[in-house]
Design a protein. Structure first.
Length: 260
């Protein structure tokens, strides 16, 4: 594993019965990069995310973050090691406010005990105040200043995307997994999201692992692109390298296209 590698998978395999969803995947995600995973529908991209978070226990292989083995950790413990995630289909608490959604993301870092919450101790109150202040700061950072009291379900679609990222940022991740963050956005909104994601890397130093179907988005901001087809890595490199790879072109346009 290279010295500046943050996330490393070695010979990662995930089977669902007789179906091999991920086949011997070696992946090295470098620190402070935007690393994209692309591929036709059914290529196994989201399965990779689910394996990293251990929502799907892997069949064989190894996953490491900063050298620490993640295989046997529960999803909540994977999160505490420094991995945050968003989803292809937005998963907010729709009947909670924007501020409350972010506070949920902070719970793994809050130090108050259950008895402190019941007795409303000074430490608990201070902890809650610090959490609220940080939630307000994150709302401002993602462009939702003044919208903390609005129910998540009442926010426009693009704001819901940003709120979901803010909730993931509340977990203080070293690695952020973004699953199709520009899905459903128009070109202008997509470009704003690209600028925002670059800022996560350049301003906050967060490493991004990205799944995205919009190729202009991928090619415009990725440092490295990994291409999957039927769970197999068929290409990897810079955007310029990948988009000229004949195997990639075939997977998208030729006989290698996977159908859902």
């Amino acid at each position: 594993m290279a010295q500046n590698t943050l996330l490393h998978t070695n010979a990662l395999v995930k089977r669902f019965g007789g179906l091999v969803a991920i086949d011997s995947l070696d992946l090295d995600v470098k620190e402070r990069t935007i690393h994209s995973i692309i591929g036709p529908n059914g290529a196994g991209k989201t399965t990779v995310f689910n394996c990293i978070m251990n929502f799907f226990p892997i069949t064989s292989g190894e996953i490491r973050l900063s050298g620490e083995r993640l295989n046997d950790l529960t999803p909540d413990r994977v999160a505490t090691r420094g991995i945050g995630r968003t989803y292809q289909n937005i998963r907010l608490f729709r009947n909670m406010s924007a501020l409350e959604n972010i506070m949920v993301g902070m719970h793994i870092h809050l130090k108050s005990s259950w008895w402190g919450a019941v007795l409303r101790t000074r430490r608990t109150l201070a902890d809650e105040k610090a959490g609220q202040d940080e939630a307000v700061r994150l709302l401002q950072y993602v462009g939702l200043r003044g919208k903390g009291d609005i129910l998540a379900r009442n926010l426009p679609y693009g704001d819901q995307r940003r709120l979901e990222i803010a909730r993931a940022l509340a977990m203080k991740p070293k690695l952020l997994l973004l699953d199709e963050p520009t899905a459903g956005m128009n070109p202008s909104e997509s470009q704003d999201m690209v600028t925002f994601i670059r800022g996560l890397r350049d301003e906050l130093g967060i490493t991004i692992l990205l799944i995205e179907h919009h190729m202009p988005v991928v090619m415009g901001m990725s440092d490295i692109v990994t291409v999957l087809d039927h769970g197999v890595k068929i290409s990897e490199g810079t955007p310029d390298h990948v988009k000229r790879d004949k195997k990639v072109i075939e997977a998208y346009l030729g006989t290698g296209v996977a159908h859902t």
